[in-house]
Design a protein around this ligand. Structure first.
Ligand code: TYD
Ligand code: MG
Length: 490
């Protein structure tokens, strides 16, 4: 009679009657082994949230070096969800899914903030707001929460400040909102329980790094805790329709601290940015499932909190009563809108061996290329000069329309002559000295006219078919023509 089959772990010689005395595992026919959940340490990648069962120098998923962190006390059970369970939510497009009327956006109290959110807050959306400490994230969200709290329940949960501290700030900002619930707790379980009970329209979590889920015994701020807390908030938002805004601290390099996975989990990622020492703040969308990315919203920090800036172009223009050498106003496009920005250039004879090239707000390699074009095609030898270039207001522009204004600002500084008509300039420069057109020419023209400028130097191919009245257009096709137009008295 045959007994149950057995498999020899040592290899093929493992059939019944194997003469070797080695370990065998008896398997009854028809009965499969079931995997057993066991508690073991797990390693989670700080960059991508990938998991590994043992430590490795490099993450196998995203190839980042030295990014794995041990997370102990986690039960590694895979496939916990039972097979055969139906999808929880399904609907056909014919059922009116995605109806714009149903997805009405709520205004956050300031048009500029709404703009960065893609036109307002979407119910059931999850937004991650990143920014350096002290930039004003808590101030912004308290103002937003208070603006929405007129007639709606809003929960503002802080794991960093006590309720009296938040209350004090709200009083200082002269905020009201009877339905605004302030909570100071770092237990996300408690906050979610409150959200289930009160059904708020908006839940603010300040900050995700301070939150902790009881089921996860790693410390707050650790990659696994961040990931699980965010996932729990996303689940709550999607099931209840409550919008969630999560504050995330940033690392030294400016990205949101924690696994990159956080950005994949949420619908919208916003960064709150500012130039060092400036009171102006920019809210920029880097990911938005419900709107355009790179939308920019402008505000200014004041003693009474954040105030919106209705005319952002004014931030980037310094008010000089007379035209000065080395200064040119350009119209660039950033964050989906045209912006007037003053570019400044300073060239000075180099006193040391290698001339210096310093650029703030533009790519320094692009400046080197412009210097070569100017030397070759306009006979402006800048090789022996130190060159400094700056965009006023601390904004950075990665757009080719900055070429021509930069070249004219450099020429103006070299000649020590201001551009007499104070024109606004935009256009790309090619290596052969030609001026190339840029996108959205008419939109740029409208913006500069709105701000009262009356002279424009622009690429010939950007000339509108029916030129607008009240503005002198100087179309140019080469750097030589642009220099001639810029330095002629009009
Ligand atoms: P805060 O919102 O606490 O920043 P974050 O949450 O991003 O760390 O902002 C703190 C800074 O804002 C602080 O330096 C003081 C300044 N501030 C004002 O200038 N005016 C105000 O009305 C408030 C509330 C803050
Ligand atoms: Mg804060």
């Amino acid at each position: 009679m045959r007994g149950p089959d057995h498999t020899c772990l040592a290899g093929v010689g493992a059939l019944r009657g194997c003469p070797k005395r080695h370990e065998t595992r008896v398997q009854t026919p028809g009965v499969a082994f079931t995997p057993v959940a066991r508690t073991q340490s797990l390693y989670v990648c700080r960059a991508c949230g990938g998991e590994a069962l043992k430590w490795q120098g490099q993450c196998a998923r995203c190839r980042e070096w030295d990014s794995l962190e041990a997370v102990t006390g986690v039960t590694a059970v895979r496939g916990a969800r039972e097979r055969g369970t139906a999808a929880a939510a399904s609907a056909g497009l014919g059922d009116g899914v995605g109806d714009p009327a149903a997805a009405a956006r709520l205004s956050l109290g300031m048009a500029e903030i709404d703009r960065a959110f893609g036109g307002g807050l979407v119910a059931g959306s999850v937004t991650l707001l990143g920014g350096e400490p002290g930039i004003g994230k808590s101030t912004l969200l308290l103002q937003v929460a208070s603006a929405l709290a007129a007639g709606r329940v809003i929960v503002y949960a802080s794991g960093e400040e006590s309720v009296p501290q938040i209350g004090l700030r709200a009083r200082r900002l002269d905020l009201s909102g009877a339905q605004l619930l302030l909570v100071s707790d770092s237990s996300l379980d408690a906050i979610l329980a409150l959200a289930v009970e009160r059904q708020p329209t908006l839940l603010v979590i300040d900050s995700i790094q301070a939150m902790q889920l009881a089921a996860n015994d790693s410390s707050p701020g650790s990659p696994l805790q961040l990931r699980d807390c965010t996932a729990a908030l996303v689940r709550h938002a999607k099931s209840s329709g409550c919008a969630v805004i999560i504050v995330g601290h940033v690392t030294k390099d400016g990205s949101i601290a924690g696994p990159k996975l956080l950005e994949h989990l949420v619908d919208t990622v916003l960064y709150f940015e500012s130039d060092a020492g400036s009171r102006y703040r920019m809210l920029r969308a880097t990911k938005n499932r419900f709107g355009l990315v790179n939308e920019l919203g402008f505000s200014a920090m004041s003693a009474g909190g954040l105030k919106e800036v209705r005319n952002p172009s004014a931030i980037f223009l310094s008010r000089q009563p007379q035209p000065v050498p080395g200064s040119v106003v350009m119209v660039a496009r950033d964050g989906g809108r045209p912006l007037l920005i003053e570019v400044q250039a300073l060239v000075d004879r180099s006193r040391f061996g290698t001339p210096r090239r310093v650029a703030q707000g533009v790519d320094v390699n692009r400046v080197s290329m412009l210097l070569a074009i100017m030397s070759r095609h306009a006979d402006l030898p800048l090789a022996d000069y130190d060159v400094f270039v700056n965009l006023v207001g601390g904004i950075a522009i990665a757009e080719t329309s900055t070429d021509l204004p930069l070249a004219l600002a450099l020429a103006s500084s070299l000649r020590g002559r201001a551009l007499p008509a104070s024109p606004v300039v935009f256009g790309e420069l090619g290596l052969t000295g030609e001026v190339r057109p840029v996108a959205h020419g008419e939109e740029r023209l409208r913006e500069l006219m709105k701000l009262g400028y009356r002279h424009v130097i622009l690429p010939r191919d950007n000339l509108p078919r029916s030129p607008p009245a009240g503005v002198a257009l100087h179309p140019v096709a080469s750097l030589g023509e642009a220099l001639a137009a810029a330095f002629t008295e009009s």
